[in-house]
Write a protein that binds this ligand. Structure first.
Ligand code: SAH
Length: 242
């Protein structure tokens, strides 16, 4: 009996057991890990994602802490979820696919346009050294910045701005990922991509089906594009008319 109380005390002391009603502080690595393992197996590996660093990151990042509490139960489902302000966190498979398409190396510097919840940025931060992410909606920027900090993602730098223009001060980037759809590839982003770099983004009309496109910039600066699959993303907003 005493041993039972001692182990409960130790679990509480080390924060491994969260009493009901308590706010979750920091990362509890084991929390809902079985759901993440199942998500990776049935939604991600089953659809052909094989990059080990992507699979490991998806098993590690606590996706349920990136969605509003009323949707937490569905956080590991095979679908996107609302995150407020008319925006969504992408379906887990799309996050995994786009991340794999970037062919990341640990020393890479990556730019994300469309921070949203911060989930994609956290996935990137599990894989690469430097992550820069830009969000246009102030409250989403605030929430994601605070969430990433609280969860220990110190190497993610956040900015509130129109991501159409990238983040010039930190350019060039080895890889760029855009998680909102524009009807063309923003030229400033192409400019801020390193030679030999990759960019993955949805291109097409707003509120309709777009194409997920992989852009490669060659060693001489030549650009090639490859259509990957049809997708449906929220539109890339603009602060001013072009
Ligand atoms: N990657 C996010 C989900 C993105 S939803 C995640 O993991 O949760 C798309 C996001 O792009 C939204 O938060 C939206 O506000 C943002 N966005 C739209 N237009 C933008 C722009 N011009 N610059 C920066 N962010 C933009």
């Amino acid at each position: 009996m005493l041993r039972y109380f001692v182990s409960i005390f130790l679990l509480l002391a080390f924060g491994l057991l969260t009493p009901p009603g308590f706010e979750t502080q920091g990362i509890l690595p084991e929390e809902r890990s079985q759901e993440r393992i199942l998500m990776v197996k049935t939604q991600i590996q089953a659809r052909g994602i094989s990059d080990n660093q992507v699979l490991e990151a998806m098993k590690k990042v606590p996706r349920h802490l990136f969605v509003p509490s009323k949707y937490q139960n569905g956080a590991y489902g095979d679908f996107p979820l609302p995150i407020g302000y008319g925006q969504t966190i992408s379906q887990p498979y799309i996050v995994a696919l786009m991340t794999q398409l970037l062919s990341l190396k640990p020393k890479d510097k990556v730019l994300e346009i469309g921070t949203g919840s911060g989930y994609q940025a956290a996935i990137l931060a599990e894989i690469v050294e430097e992550v820069y992410t830009v969000e246009i909606i102030e409250p989403l920027f605030q929430q994601a910045t605070e969430r990433l900090k609280r969860l220990g993602y110190k190497k993610v730098m956040t900015l509130r701005a129109d991501g159409y223009f990238g983040w010039k001060e930190h350019a060039p980037f080895d890889a760029i990922i855009v998680t909102a759809a524009a009807d063309h590839i923003p030229p400033p982003l192409l400019e801020q991509l390193k030679r030999g770099g990759r960019m993955c983004l949805p291109v097409g009309p707003p509120h309709q089906v777009q194409r997920l496109v992989l852009v490669r910039k060659g060693q001489k600066g030549e650009v090639s594009t490859e259509d990957i699959l049809p997708v449906s993303f929220v539109p890339l907003r603009r602060t001013e008319k072009e």
